[in-house]
Design a protein. Structure first.
Length: 334
């Protein structure tokens, strides 16, 4: 089968050898695996980070896909051949940039019926991350949050685009997003944010200038180390700070006087450690698909980069590394 892989470690996306087409044997499903014929993928910052830092070669990247189940393992009970599915996969297994991929059924959802494969492929990783961050890490109850506020730093990106929708549609939170350009501010408002602040300016001052009090919750999705002091200032006592990025260092001491709590979210944790509640990601994706089909949530495609080829994937990696992306980058078809 055709696959796009990194075969040399540490190459920049501008190098034609950073991602190349290779031929691999079609894999056989394990007991809980689905063998999926991949129809579309999206590219996330994790793809560029793994390409730049992993020493494992050859390695097929890609942690977002939509496709059709080709075959199933002997213990599979949630899907059957012919089902249309979407998923983010597991960081320790070969990725979705191949014609066929194995994925554990417990982290797969039924593809939204109202979306094509490319629009569906934009959703899994960011939907899982946003859902777990909001409901599992920050502890907001679905339908709850009335009288509380959530500040989302980097709300126009992939995770932010989903988090804004989930918080606005499924909770009573006041949703405050941040952006630094008119087009991304408009994007965030279109997704349902009540207020938009400029994160190129001090955030505590931006809140005050907008007539907004300190917030109860913060989801810091990018540049946490640069905004950290401002986030501590912007949070009210006993607030909660959640983050998904990779600050070089984070001193928890400034959180003490306000009794602030710190929460990490990594959507790969359940699959990486084979947790007992892994199947919650299946249920989560099924719920997201239903909400999309009901018109409550929408896809967050920002850019379409054509077919799944080595050239187009290199372009997508370069785009994510050099642009402040709005929504997601998708590719479809081998």
């Amino acid at each position: 089968m055709k696959a796009i892989a990194m075969t040399r470690a540490g190459l920049p996306s501008s190098d034609p050898q950073s991602l190349v087409e290779i031929d691999l044997p079609r894999p056989e499903p394990g007991p809980r695996d689905l063998l999926v014929q991949v129809r579309a993928v999206s590219v996330n910052p994790v793809d560029t980070k793994v390409r730049a830092n992993s020493a494992q070669v050859p390695r097929v990247l890609g942690w977002d896909a939509a496709g059709v189940v080709e075959a199933v393992g002997r213990e599979v009970s949630l899907f059957r051949p012919g089902d249309e599915v979407f998923y983010a996969g597991a960081i320790q297994r070969p990725g979705s940039n191949s014609e066929y991929q194995l994925v554990d059924e417990r982290i797969v959802g039924p593809k939204p019926r109202t979306l094509d494969f490319a629009d569906a492929a934009a959703l899994p990783l960011t939907a899982i991350t946003a859902w777990e961050l909001l409901f599992d890490r920050l502890g907001v109850a679905e339908g709850g949050g009335e009288g509380q506020s959530l500040l989302i730093v980097g709300a126009a990106g992939g995770v932010g685009s989903m988090l804004t929708q989930l918080a606005r549609r499924l909770t009573g939170l006041t949703v405050i997003g941040t952006a630094s350009r008119p087009e991304t501010a408009d994007w965030i408002r279109g997704l349902g944010a009540h207020h938009v602040l400029d994160h190129s300016r001090p955030l505590a001052a931006e809140l005050a200038a907008a007539g907004l009090p300190p917030v109860h919750l913060v989801a810091s999705l990018t540049h946490t180390d640069g905004h950290y002091a401002q986030l501590v200032e912007a949070l009210r006592p006993q607030g909660r700070l959640a983050l998904i990025d990779d600050p070089k260092a984070l001193d928890a001491t400034p959180l003490k006087s306000k009794s602030l709590s710190l929460h990490w979210e990594l959507m790969f944790t359940r699959s990486l450690y084979g947790t007992e509640d892994m199947v919650r990601q299946h249920a989560l994706l099924a719920r997201v698909a239903a909400l999309v089909d009901q018109g409550v949530l929408r896809t967050t495609v920002g850019e379409r980069f054509g077919r799944i080829t080595a050239d187009n994937l290199r372009r997508a990696h370069a785009f994510l590394e050099s642009h402040r992306a709005r929504g997601k980058v998708v590719l479809e078809g081998f």
